[in-house]
Design a protein around this ligand. Sequence first.
Ligand code: FO1
Length: 307
Amino acid sequence: MRIAALAGGVGAAKFLSGLVEVFPAEDLTVVVNTGDDFQWLGLYICPDLDTLTYTLAGLAHPERGWGVRGDTFHTLARLQELGCDTWFLLGDRDLATHIYRTAALLRGQSLNDVTHRICLANKIRATLLPMTNSPVPTQVHTDEGILPFQEYFVRRKCEPRVAGFTYSGAERSHAAPGVFEALREAGAILICPSNPFISIAPILAVPGIRETLRNSTAKVIAITPIIAGKSVKGPAATMLEQLGHEVSAVSVARMYQEFLDVFVLDRRDADLEPQIAYLDIEVKVAETLMDTHERKVDLAREVLALI
Ligand code: FO1
């Protein structure tokens, strides 16, 4: 049986690093959010693809989750001396990935071809696919106007109040080659514990993906990114609150209701089970805080047992 997963960055990477310990990585295809992608100094940066790549290759920075473990920042320091904006921290080894990717894209290769090569070079056995080959940059509507995603997230540290999102150009985009095949061939489709607004919604905005999930006979399983009303990392809880949703896992389950079979709820939220069951979604209560390697593997085992 094959598994397909929809994924954002750090939360998804943690979960999938546990999954590949107990499920053959060759049988896993990950459809990755590219809404966070942006260009900086002429380089094409794909934060979520890179976070997954570095994590599955065992190269990720252990505390931050993004970037390369033990990386140095000499190039960034020199760029700063030259007067460049350096609010987005790119390490020297990380830069190699962006230079390689940008050069390949400029030669006319597609993002999925480049991603495939980067995965091969990093000996990643799972298949990572960008959700689409065309740019679909997430724009964050805030009380200070519309901000490109990384401006909001990194430069402004999620301080402006969020009023909504645009996944620019999503309606004209096409899923990258392999995405529909992976979703159709999968015996189970996992929605990783990623931010529903900025990681999963951009993927679902690519024409045909939401419909494929809705019509799928495979079990669709989501793992909560919210534990006890808080996001483990990132602004998911803040976004729920600012957009007028109840700040709980139930709101996330509601966002996926039309295609979801099972919701994996954290044990601290076990009392929410009836509210999710009421949405006609099966509930599995588990330890979802992946703060140790054992917990990542245990959670992956719990999810596999549901399939
Ligand atoms: N996140 C930050 O909060 N600050 C950074 O300077 C930063 C740099 C960075 C460089 C490469 C990369 O692949 C990711 C990086 N991230 C940084 C993370 C990234 O902005 C976010 O994780 C995602 O886009 C949200 O999933």
